[in-house]
Design a protein around this ligand. Structure first.
Ligand code: FMN
Length: 206
């Protein structure tokens, strides 16, 4: 599939067929993630592909429990609405959990720290390079999956239970969950979504 076509056609898919995903396809998709650019080529990412239905259900339950807990603690009942767009990953044949190891060994960051800059200021002045790198890898996953006929959805809402999911999946503490990407054959064809007009977001300075 031509790249521009894949970029324009890809849609977030939230309903999947049961059809299993061959391991070779999963390997090809994560291989594409591996070739994303990353700050100083640090490749501060790790991908855990969960196929196990029991574990997917447990992950989803952790998200539901966390929403319930926060909803009760805060009295904000509308939080309950988050459940639908936070938990459908358990309906996909596989879900890719994307982990990031924060990248803090940069010289400039060290200088900022020695000068007493706050972590928030440092991230602002460094441009959140590790998050940007993870984003590039995730987009490679989405586009490669689409080109192979799979649907995906980039999901950050489940991060509400990130520490609990990290413990369930048994990853080392230094790795932080940043996104879940359910993947499978789409259950239906999706209509195109909209985007802001190009001229609203583009400025060219001659
Ligand atoms: C960083 C990020 C987080 C997202 N988190 C969720 C999510 O938790 N749940 C969900 O249903 N969609 C999520 N989405 C998908 C967006 O809602 C979707 O990309 C957007 O509405 C545009 O639709 P499209 O992907 O079909 O073009 C997320 C997308 C991004 C980039």
């Amino acid at each position: 599939m031509e790249l521009t076509q894949a970029i324009l056609e890809r849609r977030s898919v939230r309903q999947f067929l049961e059809e299993p995903v061959p391991d070779q396809d999963l390997r090809d998709i994560i291989d594409a993630a591996r070739w994303a650019p990353s700050a100083s080529n640090q490749q501060m990412w790790k991908f855990v592909v969960v196929k196990n239905k029991t574990i997917l259900a447990q992950m989803s339950q952790l998200v539901i429990d966390k929403i319930d807990k926060l909803s009760v603690e805060s009295g904000v009942t509308e939080l309950q609405n988050a459940k639908s767009y936070s938990t459908f990953f358990n309906q996909a044949p596989v879900t890719i959990a994307v982990f990031m190891k924060p990248y803090g060994k940069n010289k400039t960051e060290g200088v900022f720290r020695s000068l007493g800059y706050s972590e928030q200021e440092i991230q602002r002045l460094r441009g959140h390079v590790d998050i940007q790198s993870i984003g590039a890898a995730i987009q490679n996953i989405l586009l490669t999956a689409h080109a192979k006929g799979y649907g995906t959805c980039w999901m950050c809402a489940p991060n509400i239970a990130a520490p609990e999911i990290e413990r369930l999946l048994g990853v080392e503490e230094s790795w932080q969950l940043k996104a879940l990407v359910p993947l499978g054959k789409p259950a239906r064809i999706l209509r195109p979504t909209t985007r802001k007009p190009l001229d609203e977001i583009l400025e060219i300075i001659e």
